[in-house]
Design a binder for this molecule. Sequence first.
Ligand code: FMN
Length: 328
Amino acid sequence: MLNLESNKNIFFLPVNTGFSTNQTPDSRCVEFYRERSGHGLHCAIVGNVVVPEGVGSNSACSKISKNPAWNFLAEAISERGAKAGIQLASCWPGYKGMQNFIAKSVKHNLAVYRNTASSITECEVIAIFDSLKLGTDLATAAGFRHIQVHAAHGYLFNLIIDSRFSRHSNLAMAKLREWTEQLAELEIETSIRLSLATGATELDDSEPHEPFDRIAGLGFNYLDLSSGFYNLNKRLIYPSSEDLLSRRIAATVELASRHPQQNFIVSGKSLIGWNKTLPKNVHIGICRDLIANPNYLREFSDGCQNKMKCHYHSRGADFLTCGKWDNP
Ligand SMILES: Cc1cc2nc3c(=O)[nH]c(=O)nc-3n(C[C@H](O)[C@H](O)[C@H](O)COP(=O)(O)O)c2cc1C
């Protein structure tokens, strides 16, 4: 159960709100983050922002640019006391996120991920990391002080770093190290979002997850552990059942215990039902409870009620809403 006394940093995890106009965050986005960035929050991470030469996972994604709207957004977060964070991401041309929660054919969708990954060339890997660097420069110039690479959920950076999919994972590791070193010099906090499992049993059951051990040595301030590939099983991304929640939290704690020098972010319904002590190096990420109630850090008992309205893409809508906003 969440306990703010425990000296943990609390993160508002990335949310792709859809509150954007012409790929730029609009006033709905600024107000959404302003409302949720107080009460001792360490960092609010603006979700799924596309790098300059990148491709969004859907048409509602924002793209980092020189537009002053990014400065307003970073300022709205830092004015309330939290570090302004941003998650940089990309998909690939033709990517389409499924609306179903579970793939009709996991086998087929896994094959699509594999084919996509195997067709990526070394030049393309270099180009996407160049774009990450450009996006990072734009984000820091706008006032963001925590940058997260989105390498989870089966998006492009996920496929490139995972040696089960990619021929270029060594190159990707070298690029990530270069990136963390540059940002450490600028005193910008860094994290990488990773998926613990894919959602395809043949991969998750059989292969030990050695990429995590390598990534834990690359100089990130935090490894933010999510789970699932979007087009395989979204229940892993947004866990609600006791079983999924406890597996995700236990896997994070296990990995963190093996890497005591590396900080981690654990998440899943604000750790409801988790009664064991968290290792010192594990910090807490919250998403749906803070979406539902901007004052959740003061009102722990009053968070998300699992009304499922926030899953707007699955419902064919373009921007975030919440069943609790309609019926407070
Ligand atoms: C509406 C919505 C949008 C999300 N958008 C993103 C996103 O852009 N990037 C990302 O990595 N995770 C995204 N997530 C996943 C959350 O960051 C978080 O990992 C997940 O909801 C589990 O945390 P929770 O149980 O505290 O909600 C999103 C979740 C929701 C509900």
